[in-house]
Design a protein around this ligand. Structure first.
Ligand code: ATP
Ligand code: MG
Length: 191
């Protein structure tokens, strides 16, 4: 199985480009953000735990997202692999993923990182707020906090995967959506 990680700051375009990659390589796209929003919408116990943390721009506890990912690995059949979008977001989650893949006699195939500057994160999320109405997109303060959370907790994963020779990056800015999709797809083609 292939285990690709789609990486980048909030608003980098992970969700935008995931579909094209997943379709081309017969991968299941797993977005922890989308899975969590579905739990919140369904009013589950897990959703209730996650709701306020997400709205404030904080991460949810590692065990919650690790459980969702492992459950997906166990139950989803008929694909050639997984495209992880928004997971892992902490070193602890990356280590849990190492164990999950090792337990399946496998390993992370590679990290596809889409990089954009902080100022562009702000611009894009403010724009998306008007379209999607997500609570965690609603205020500048929350967006700023998510960017800080990214730098503090998620950015260290770059060195984690560089040390394993698995980190690959494209520029998510400047360029149109089509331009960036081209960059991402030609990167995956080289794996
Ligand atoms: P993008 O715009 O690139 O898709 P995003 O950061 O705007 O990324 P999501 O990935 O949808 O949005 O995540 C939304 C929120 O869900 C996060 O801010 C966080 O609170 C929670 N979340 C998602 N994935 C994780 C994770 N792996 N660990 C902890 N919390 C997570
Ligand atoms: Mg997303």
């Amino acid at each position: 199985m292939k285990y690709y990680i789609l990486f980048g700051p909030p608003g980098a375009g992970k969700g935008t480009h995931a579909g094209a990659i997943a379709q081309k390589y017969n991968l299941k796209h797993l977005s922890t953000g989308e899975l969590l929003r579905a739990e919140i919408a369904a009013g589950t116990e897990l959703g209730l735990k996650a709701r306020d943390l997400i709205a404030a721009g904080n991460l949810v506890p590692d065990e919650i997202v690790e459980g969702m990912i492992e459950n997906a690995f166990d139950t989803i059949k008929g694909v050639d692999g997984f495209l992880l979008d928004g997971f892992p977001r902490t070193i602890a989650q990356a280590e849990a993923l190492e164990q999950m893949t090792a337990a399946r006699n496998d390993e992370v195939t590679g990290v596809i990182s889409i990089m954009i500057p902080d100022a562009v994160v702000h611009e894009r999320i403010a724009h998306r707020a008007a379209i999607e109405g997500r609570a965690d997109d609603a205020s500048d303060a929350t967006i700023t906090h998510r960017i800080e959370t990214y730098h503090a907790q998620t950015e260290p994963l770059i060195d984690f995967y560089k040390a394993k020779g698995k980190y690959h990056e494209v520029c998510g800015y400047p360029g149109s959506i089509d331009d960036v999709r081209e960059r991402v797809l030609s990167l995956v083609e080289e794996f």
